[in-house]
Design a protein around this ligand. Structure first.
Ligand code: ADP
Ligand code: MG
Length: 327
């Protein structure tokens, strides 16, 4: 559905010298949705985000927000705001002045901009820290300040480039819950760049998978996970085996693969590794054609008939749970 502030990319392209960082991508980001731009390092995610923000010139194509072309507007005039990977806070300015900075640039008087900054600090639960300098804050607190600073411009679209990558794993999970909550409360579009599929699955209404400067697949998180269109998406999303059968490559979720006796309709294999993972045991087995297949077996099932490395096993999965891949 095209909402009031749908963000649309049309044949968007970025060329650096002779190499293409983004190759003619087309996508509509739904108004008020949480979208994750997911892909491996170097696939063009940050370049795409910077073009949307206006920090990078477009080589060709256009960017429409609410139907109007913003591709050549300066960053402050676009209705977008960006939160950078390293937060980029000004070290010599107080937290309050960091948050108020863009209002100062717009010539807003001090009492007004400090009042607005105070409201934003409240939103991110940092009211008590207004007088501190960024160096006197933890990583998670700095991240909240960077968020407040981006949101003070009341953007229709917030762009976040790997916003959680500087945090330790525990804090990363807590902050991602808070990001999602904030997005729901504000009702604006978030476009969050990440190379972590777990992060994308946890957060996104929609996942846009990029690879080699193009969009490989886009859709709701469950759809991208359960119905990867290509080998790349199946492998990158994880949790799947890509298995070459006589009629072509198929994806089968690792938790759909089970062990059975070798027989008809069953793929014979030899156990190559066993990893205890708590709720599951990950069993790796090598089938014909040197294909490595992972079966995620519930702990109790595995230990009711434990296997050993080198043991022959049969691998099976429900026929209706495998699906063909484009290649
Ligand atoms: P990602 O964020 O997905 O890791 P980037 O968008 O940063 O990827 O980069 C995409 C490609 O563009 C990479 O090959 C990168 O080396 C190249 N690139 C990015 N910025 C520049 C630049 N300023 N000059 C030249 N090449 C660049
Ligand atoms: Mg990047």
């Amino acid at each position: 559905m095209a909402g009031p502030s749908t963000l649309e990319l049309i044949s968007l392209t970025k060329r650096y010298g002779t190499s293409l960082a983004v190759t003619s991508i087309n996508h509509k980001f739904r108004s008020g949705s949480y979208a994750c731009l997911l892909g491996p390092s170097g696939c063009g995610k940050s370049t795409t985000l910077r073009m949307i923000a206006g920090h990078e010139a477009v080589t060709s194509g256009s960017i429409l927000l609410a139907g109007s072309d913003i591709s050549h507007l300066p960053p402050a005039k676009r209705g977008t705001a960006m939160m950078f990977q390293n937060y980029a806070l000004f070290p010599h300015l107080s937290v309050l002045d960091n948050v108020a900075f863009s209002l100062k640039m717009k010539g807003v008087d001090k009492p007004t901009r400090h009042r607005r900054a105070g409201e934003l600090l409240e939103l991110v639960d940092m009211s008590k820290f207004g007088a501190r300098l960024p160096a006197q804050l933890s990583g998670g607190q700095q991240q909240r300040i960077a968020l407040a600073r981006a949101l003070i411009t009341q953007p229709q679209v917030l762009l976040l480039d790997e916003p959680l990558s500087a945090l330790d794993p525990f804090l990363r999970i807590r902050m991602r819950t808070e990001l999602k909550k904030l997005q729901r409360e504000l009702g604006i579009t978030f476009i969050h760049v990440t190379h972590g599929q777990d992060e994308a699955l946890a957060l996104a209404d929609e996942i846009v998978v990029m690879n080699n400067a193009v969009i490989e697949q886009a859709g709701p998180a469950r759809e991208v996970f359960n119905a990867p269109r290509t080998k790349f998406v199946a492998q990158f999303m994880g949790g799947h085996n890509v298995i070459d059968l006589a009629n072509g490559p198929v994806a089968v979720r690792s938790d759909e693969v089970s062990l059975t006796d070798v027989g008809t309709g069953v793929l014979p294999a030899v156990v190559t590794a066993i990893e205890y993972q708590g709720a599951h045991v990950a069993l790796m087995a090598r089938a014909h054609g040197a294909q490595d297949i992972t079966a995620m077996i519930p702990e109790a099932t595995f230990f009711s008939a434990p296997k050993e490395i080198g043991q022959p096993v049969g691998l099976t999965w429900p026929a209706d749970r495998q699906h063909a891949l484009a290649g």
